[in-house]
Write a protein that binds this ligand. Structure first.
Ligand code: ASP
Ligand code: MG
Length: 410
């Protein structure tokens, strides 16, 4: 059976005009004889009645008394509303459709309310409706425990529902429809000549998503990568092909891999750098620092451990707690607030000499000090002062010629 999964985000479903675009993409695939599973997110953004943020506000009434189980039950409603509304639109057009909750679609999860993991997808019911010729609309962002309790998958989780369904049903492709044309070489709000990318590898998009690009949830990519299911990130509001995401090897054999050393930039703002110097103090300083952070659920980054002390970063939200913990341990950290982390990402940089030299040269010429750096085989991260972020992104974008990224060629 030729099957694709389409996922529509909240802004694609929020008004009548947007939903007409959704209908157009559904009709185009049906006319080509494709079977469809359509995953939906909650409608609209914060402040709009059925958006997840609005439901979260309801959950917080009564002094946060709502238990986790009931909170998930409430949050799951946003996607159920979208699924039923889309079903009514399709039925009105004479298209056979059925709307299912995550649980009804056979998506089983563990019992971690608010951040449940998918453990299994039972596809019998999905296959039954598909073989009846129906479009199967599934409420994203949710599943069900083996005991039948509704769970949610964490913010942005409907991307994960889509790729997990794609993997379970062996879909030809998972199309993630959103309000941008695809993945760009950098955030266009910061870099005015950012260019759309025709293709990126799973590793590259994972790095982008983990480092601040909000275009797709990293867990969704991991699931697609494991199953080898291609993903496309594309706009609901145009007919553009968007950005294809698959294995680098597949892109190369299809001749659509540009073999660029650097593919794109991503960034995270609101980072605080902490340095604990320990020249003559206790030998177990490293262990005590990182244990304290871990036991308070503070995620650490840019970790640099030396015999004389440790440097690392935390998100600004966590910085006061982190500083308090360090003081409790008897350390007086040096604190640098207002930092930003810039990631230079490219599947082709592995073993390629000179990438760091280009970064250092571009930033030095722009008068931007590098406060810390780190690297992996597909990414180099630099920590800079946030007030220089726009300039840093623009100079790196130019230095790597990303403004010359060719238009889609397939
Ligand atoms: N509606 C959920 C959220 O806002 C899930 C999603 O949109 O992917 O996080
Ligand atoms: Mg999303």
């Amino acid at each position: 059976m030729d099957l694709i999964v389409q996922k529509f985000g909240g802004t694609s479903l929020s008004d009548e005009q947007s939903r007409r675009h959704v209908l157009r993409h559904i009709n185009r695939e049906l006319e080509a004889g494709t079977h469809l599973v359509v995953v939906v997110s909650a409608m609209g953004r914060s402040g709009e009645p059925y958006a997840t943020d609005s439901l979260l506000e309801l959950a917080r009434l009564n002094g946060d008394a709502l238990p986790q189980r009931e909170r998930d039950l409430l949050l799951s409603c946003g996607e159920i509303i979208s699924a039923t509304l889309l079903c009514s639109l399709l039925c009105a057009e004479g298209i056979a459709a059925v709307a299912l909750t995550g649980g009804q679609a056979g998506i089983f999860t563990d019992g971690r309310y608010g951040s449940a993991r998918i453990t299994e997808i039972k596809t019998e019911r999905l296959n039954m409706h598909l073989s009846e010729g129906k479009v199967v609309i599934v409420a994203g962002f949710q599943g069900m425990t083996p005991d039948g309790e509704a769970t949610t998958l964490g913010r942005g989780g409907s991307d994960t529902s889509a790729t997990a369904l794609g993997a379970a049903l062996n879909a030809r492709i998972v199309d993630i429809y959103t309000d941008v044309d695809g993945i760009l070489t950098a955030d266009p709000r910061w870099v005015n000549d950012a260019r759309p990318l025709s293709a990126v590898s799973y590793e590259e998009i994972c790095n982008m998503a983990q480092n601040g690009a909000k275009v797709i949830h990293p867990r969704a990519v991991e699931i697609a990568m494991k199953a080898g299911i291609p993903v496309r990130v594309r706009s609901t509001f145009s007919d553009g092909e968007g950005t294809l995401v698959t294995h680098a090897q597949v892109l190369r054999t299809q001749g659509i891999w540009f073999d660029k050393t650097v593919t794109g930039l991503a960034h995270v703002r609101g980072v605080t750098q902490l340095a604990v110097i320990n020249r003559d103090g206790p030998a177990d300083v490293q262990l005590r620092v990182f244990r304290a952070m871990a036991s308070h659920g503070i995620s650490v980054d840019f970790i640099n451990v030396m015999p004389t002390g440790v440097h690392y970063t935390v998100l600004a939200n966590d910085s006061q707690t982190a500083i308090g913990l360090l003081r409790e341990l008897g350390f007086e950290p040096t604190v640098r607030d207002g930092c930003a982390k810039v990631s230079v990402i490219g599947g082709g940089m592995n073993g390629e000499p000179g990438v760091m030299a280009v970064i250092v040269e571009a930033l030095t010429n722009a008068g931007i000090p590098i406060l810390q750096s780190a690297d992996s085989n597909t990414t180099i991260w630099v920590l800079i002062s946030e007030h220089q972020l726009a300039e840093a992104l623009q100079s790196l974008h130019t230095a790597f010629g990303l403004h010359l990224t060719p238009a889609r060629e397939i």
